[in-house]
Structures are given as structure tokens and as C-alpha cells.
Write a protein that binds this ligand. Structure first.
Ligand code: SIN
Ligand code: FE
Length: 293
């Protein structure tokens, strides 16, 4: 039996410049759950930055090297000058990603909050892990220690691979279909659990009923072998030099292959969307017939 394919999740944008180009006002596309693919938008490395395309700059403890704010580099090791140059490279990516989202999504201007930027130097196939951390399984992004309380996760990715290798993703069915499939299995949080998780510093802020539902969806999907292979999905190969933008809390995704990528996360409140009813928060509230705040 072949796996059914969902309607094409991708939308191509021709732009070849981060802060100039013809594509703008595409909020409706990304809110509808499309992956915006910009095949002509590389992040260009200087000659002496090519050396950063190596896992050897990782401190070995985290799978990504990340930049928090403008100045805090995490997960990297190296000499002082090297780390300054590495940080400057990631900061330049963060600035370009910012220029891109301001141009593509004028409606979100001053509403998007930039989170971390990261460099992902490891080959996907070599990554460890428990089934819960295994991003080769279809999932929507939801993190146990980082509750979003319904705030959206908008991510900009760029494939930097110097050897021509694509980053290969699977993209799954629309969020409402996915959520309906697992909704009968969603339980409510235990009374006082959200307070306790926060008091014990397990979560960085209060885990709301929304976060509880999203974590369950994340885990139910990853643990379900049938869902992984039989649910509607399409494979997408993002060639080096391609940038793509997606609401990763909404679009089911899995990464199958690739090495060397950069990523910048932005946060957006559902009320700042063009169509707040498309947010996972509102979709889940409609499906479960209860508020999740
Ligand atoms: C993910 O968010 O699941 C990881 C995507 C990737 O590493 O390409
Ligand atoms: Fe993910």
C-alpha cells in the first residue's frame, strides 16, 4: 500500500535577496500551514567561515550551537577568536532572517519576537536518541521545558551543506486532521501539575492545558508506527542554498537526512495573526470544546 499524499504543502517564492524581493504579504500562506520554500535564497558564508561547517565546533553536549540574544553562544567549543567569528556568523544569519520575515509578513511587524538562532552541524542520520527526541518521526514542535502557552513558533531554516546534500523532510497532513485523529486520546493535566512543574523549575513558565495537549500530540504521533508510515505525507528535499519558513507548531514535519543547517525561531501571539482561528490553540479549543489557556 502506498502512503496517501496530502495536497501539496509547499509554496515556492522566487526571491534571491533577504531584504529585497517580490514576495510580501504571504501571512495567509504560512498561516494556512504551507511551507514557504525559497530555493534561490542562500545564506552566504565568507571564505574563512567555511570552517564552521564541521561538528568539531560542537561542545558535544548539545546537538545544536545556539545564539541567545545577540551575545550568548551556547553549545560551542574553540579558541576565543574562533568563537567570536562563529558568533558573528550566526548573528548575521539572525539579522537576515529578521529582514526576511519583516518583508514577507508586514502584518507581523513589531509583533514577532526573535528567539534563538542555531547552527546544526551534525548529520541527521548520526543523531542519537530516544523516540521522544527522534525528529525523524513526524511531529509538531512542542518542548517539555518550554511552554509556549499558545504562542506560535515560526521558524526560518537554511540548508548550508557544502557538498550538495539536500535536507530531506517529510511533511504531513494538515494540523486539524492530525489533531482530530488523536483528540480522543488527549487527557487533561492533573490538578496542580502545572503549578508544581513550574515551582520545581522543570518548566520555564506555567504549562497550560494547551501545552499539555501539544506535548501529548507530539508524543502520540512519534510513538505511533502506523501513523508514521500510513498517514498522508510528502517528502521534500531542500537543496543547499534553499531557505524555508514554516509554523513548526502547526506543520507536521520530520527530518530524514542532511547536515549543516541554520535556523532562527520567532514567536507570535495567535491574536497577532491574520487568521487567529488557524492557530493550533484555537483548532484544539474547537475540537476539545474547552478553553486551553
Ligand atoms: C525539527 O524541528 O524537527 C528538526 C528539523 C531539522 O533538523 O531539519
Ligand atoms: Fe521539529
Amino acid at each position: 500500500m502506498s502512503t496517501p499524499e496530502p495536497a501539496d504543502a509547499l509554496r515556492m517564492l522566487p526571491d534571491s535577496n533577504w531584504d529585497r524581493g517580490s514576495s510580501t504579504h504571504v501571512e495567509h500562506l504560512v498561516e494556512a500551514g504551507h511551507v514557504l520554500q525559497l530555493p534561490n535564497l542562500p545564506f552566504t558564508l565568507a571564505q574563512d567561515e567555511q570552517r564552521f561547517l564541521s561538528p568539531s565546533w560542537s561542545d558535544g553536549k548539545s546537538k545544536n550551537i545556539s545564539l541567545r540574544g545577540a551575545a550568548e553562544l551556547r553549545g560551542a567549543q574553540g579558541g576565543k577568536d574562533d568563537l567570536v567569528a562563529l558568533q558573528a556568523m550566526i548573528r548575521r544569519f539572525a539579522a537576515q532572517a529578521q529582514a526576511l520575515v519583516e518583508r514577507l509578513f508586514p502584518q507581523y511587524r513589531r509583533k514577532l519576537r526573535a528567539g534563538n538562532a542555531s547552527l546544526r552541524p551534525f548529520a541527521v542520520q548520526e543523531r542519537e536518541s530516544s523516540w521522544r527526541k527522534d525528529d525523524t518521526r513526524l511531529h509538531v514542535d512542542a518542548f517539555p521545558s518550554n511552554p509556549t502557552q499558545g504562542v506560535r513558533l515560526l521558524r526560518v531554516f537554511t540548508n548550508l551543506n557544502p557538498a550538495g546534500q539536500p535536507r530531506v523532510w517529510r511533511v504531513g497532513e494538515p494540523f486539524a486532521d492530525f489533531a482530530s485523529h488523536f483528540a480522543p486520546r488527549l487527557s487533561r493535566p492533573l490538578p496542580a501539575s502545572s503549578w508544581l512543574l513550574h515551582a520545581l523549575h522543570i518548566t520555564k513558565s506555567r504549562r497550560t492545558p494547551y501545552d499539555h495537549a501539544m506535548l501529548q500530540l507530539h508524543d502520540l504521533a512519534k510513538a505511533d508506527k502506523d501513523f508514521q508510515c500510513a498517514s498522508p505525507q510528502q517528502e521534500v528535499a531542500f537543496a543547499p542554498g534553499t531557505t524555508w519558513v514554516v509554523f513548526s507548531d502547526q506543520v507536521l514535519h520530520a527530518v530524514m537526512a542532511g547536515q549543516h543547517m541554520m535556523e532562527q525561531t520567532f514567536y507570535l501571539r495567535p491574536t497577532d495573526q491574520l487568521a487567529p482561528e488557524t492557530s493550533p490553540l484555537r483548532v484544539l479549543e474547537r475540537l476539545l470544546h474547552r478553553p486551553l489557556v
